[in-house]
Design a protein around this ligand. Sequence first.
Ligand code: ADP
Ligand code: ASP
Ligand code: MG
Length: 419
Amino acid sequence: MARIVMKFGGTSMAGIERIRNVATRVKREVERGNEVAVVVSAMAGETDRLVNFCREASPLYDRREYDVVVASGEQVTSGLLAIALQALGVRARSWLGWQMPIETSDAHASARITGIDTTALGAAMASGEVAVIPGFQGMAADGRVTTLGRGGSDTSAVAVAAAMKADRCDIYTDVDGVYTTDPRIVPKARKLKYVTYEEMLELASVGAKVLQTRSVGLAMKEGVRVQVLSSFGDAPDGGDLPGTMIVNEEELEEKMERQLITGIAHDKNEAKVTLTAVPDRPGAVASIFSPLAEASINVDMIVQNVAHSTGSTDVTFTVPAAELARALDVLDKAKDAIGYDKVIHDTSVAKITVVGVGMRSHAGVAAQMFKALADRKINVLAITTSEIKVSVLIDEDYTELAVRVLHTAYGLDASDEAA
Ligand code: ADP
Ligand code: ASP
Ligand code: MG
């Protein structure tokens, strides 16, 4: 007997028929004699709909109330799955974030899980009852509802798996594993049988939304065994189709040769902000980024030119597009302290990133990237690099082209492997 956490994403929960399919998969695990907790997302599109209601109500909405609104999508699907399981003769009940509770920080809309009380949950599961847990939601110390940031159900699942000391955390989604890039953009993308926590962490953090970044960080820290699987279709033997297993580096070394580039990700959810004529003096950049940090707005790429004779320079950076309205508000309030002339902003940009642990010992990865983009006349607006990744900001219209061109340039196309 094993203790398993199964997580189903929005597409897998979109409608009663699909929820019945999920219930059948859960029943299969129960019939194998396993103790099961299920973590569910809201129906596909539902969280977007709820977020839009908040924005419509007020662009600078109260994030505590936003959490009350957006957490409701998962409440619906957890109740529905419990009903569908009961209809199949499986004992099940839902456990809302505040009922367990799943304790979080009070950073509304991007709260961190600080603890999970497993007493009641453990007893229920040990008695053979399936626990259905709405992902994405928790409760702050003051009792208010919180959410974990978009895609946060993955993190809920890994946190529950860690707290319950589960043998496995199976993430069921609408693709059958982690690919070298988004298979919806590049049909020649290759499924990775294994990927290391570190590489998955980087891929997720730069836009491969198949797993939320925090879920991977948590799985790495807590040693949770995570698999990404498809909730659609079965293997010929009636079990799950093979997916992708997240492993540590030693395990990977045993299993296969390391690739130079593991994958390519894109992110259209960034906004570019430029402040013009920022005075060239010590403390100028601090006066921009300190108030943004105080408002918990993450700044990603930064480009600053050296000022020549004018005594001032333009500063360009990116923030999450969802935070643009708040960022502009913060910058407006700090205008006198910073001393800039104008703010220009643009959400029609995309960040493209190549990731690979092999980069550490290999020069020329960035040059190859710039050349492949230049050959297609794709202009680079900003660049950032780390030990195992290179990111460029480009015009959003070229996203698909850039990803495809780079996928081929680094020899990742499925046909290359077969050759
Ligand atoms: P869920 O609702 O199940 O959480 P998501 O939409 O959050 O599903 O994540 C799955 C999607 O991630 C896939 O449909 C795919 O388009 C996208 N994706 C992006 N990059 C990758 C990748 N490298 N491998 C697999 N899927 C990816
Ligand atoms: N429903 C939430 C979202 O769409 C959380 C999740 O699905 O993981 O972001
Ligand atoms: Mg997701």
